[in-house]
Design a protein around this ligand. Structure first.
Ligand code: SAH
Length: 363
């Protein structure tokens, strides 16, 4: 029988587990604090828990502790990219960014992805598996340990489609924002989706105070279908209705992600169509020059085209920012570090710091 994943349990669930083991309820609180407040890497570190109980826990539970297989640090802005090994040998990536207002971590929600967005490196080999709540959490815990600095913002914008891993995502958000753990405010958590409409509606009904980011990337159905297969399932009209619903339910402004691809979606006409599409919605637009992925032919928009695009949106009264490029000299784009690692062969392969031009600001 597979062992239960102890770091994915809520405090209430842990209390019930501990009672079954015949231990006192306060032990559950101690265990929980070791896992989620002190971010212990193993049962062995839990100095005020009796040895016999630690042994019993070791037999009954799986303890998630991700191992950093590679770390790349940007010489430009200190952005760090981590490649973590999971217990089954799979790999995921996370990015750590330092801002004036605090440190931000971008985490992965799945190994690979099945959404098939044409410009994205994470999806090239499809979905391998969902991450558990503890595997999402531990990306943040491991980075906090490694940097020695508190994380204040979390963005679920790494590899994977978070709304395709809904139960684990919600469990993760619950643990991350719990006052007995890291206690990150919901307002400092952003979840990015390619636009799975029924799941967005379900999320709206949870009435969380997180930010929902929608990867739009095109302002007509035709263009969006070329870039994102999910657009064959849901039209932009449905998506816009859904965004309005999300705002109605939560009072939270939607963020639209729009990656600018040269000659594909970056013309004046594209900007005008986008402005008309989202006009009147309480939203913010993040413009991102697309990260070139070597397996794909997409090219970044010219700097001038990006500026013109942003200026046109501003003129129409739409709140838009161009994402600051961070970690340009490391593999910033989703899924690229993992791919390079897999291409290079077995675990333990040393990565070379080949400079690639990437944007990795996940704020
Ligand atoms: N599946 C989710 C979250 C992961 S992708 C989603 O689709 O939103 C995080 C963001 O990075 C998305 O907006 C995605 O479209 C974008 N992205 C992926 N590959 C990119 C690339 N090569 N260049 C620019 N943005 C990219």
């Amino acid at each position: 029988m597979e062992k239960k994943d102890i770091k994915s349990l809520t405090l209430a669930e842990l209390k019930a587990e501990i009672a079954v083991l015949g231990e006192k309820p306060f032990r559950a609180v101690q265990l929980y604090e070791w896992m989620h407040k002190k971010q212990a890497r193993s049962f062995a570190e839990m100095t005020n828990i009796p040895l016999a109980m630690k042994e019993k826990c070791g037999e009954c539970y799986h303890y998630t502790a991700l191992r950093a297989e590679a770390v790349q640090e940007s010489a430009i802005d200190g952005t760090k990219k981590y490649l973590f090994a999971l217990h089954d040998g799979n790999m995921v990536e996370s990015v750590w960014m330092r801002y004036k207002h605090g440190n931000s971590v971008c985490i992965s929600s799945q190994v690979g992805c099945r959404m098939g967005c044409r410009f994205c490196a994470s999806t090239l080999d499809g979905l391998v598996r969902n991450l558990t709540a503890s595997e999402m959490l531990d990306q943040i815990y491991a980075i906090t340990k490694e940097t020695g600095e508190r994380v204040s913002n979390v963005v679920v914008m790494g590899s994977g489609e978070p709304l395709d891993n809904y139960e684990n995502l919600l469990r993760f958000i619950g643990l991350l924002t719990d006052e007995n753990g890291l206690h990150i405010s919901q307002r400092n958590v952003t979840v990015s989706t390619c636009g799975i409409v029924p799941m967005m509606r379900r999320l709206a009904q949870e009435k969380l105070q997180i930010t929902l980011a929608l990867s739009l990337h095109a302002a007509t159905d035709e263009k969006r279908r070329e870039l994102m297969p999910i657009a064959n399932q849901y039209t932009l009209a449905e998506l816009m209705d859904c965004c309005a619903y999300y705002f109605e339910q939560t009072g939270r402004r939607i963020t639209f992600e729009y990656s600018l691809v040269r000659d594909v979606n970056d013309t004046r006409r594209d900007a005008e169509t986008l402005a008309a599409l989202i006009w009147g919605l309480n939203c913010h637009v993040n413009l991102i020059p697309v990260n070139p992925v070597k397996e794909r032919e997409y090219v970044q928009s010219e700097r001038q085209a990006v500026e013109n695009f942003a200026a046109l949106l501003a003129k129409k009264g739409i709140n838009a920012t161009v994402r600051r490029e961070m970690g340009r000299d490391i593999d910033g784009a989703c899924g690229q570090l993992r791919r390079r690692f897999l291409d290079n062969g077995s675990a333990g392969t040393k990565l070379t710091g080949k400079p690639d031009l990437h944007e990795s600001d996940r704020q």
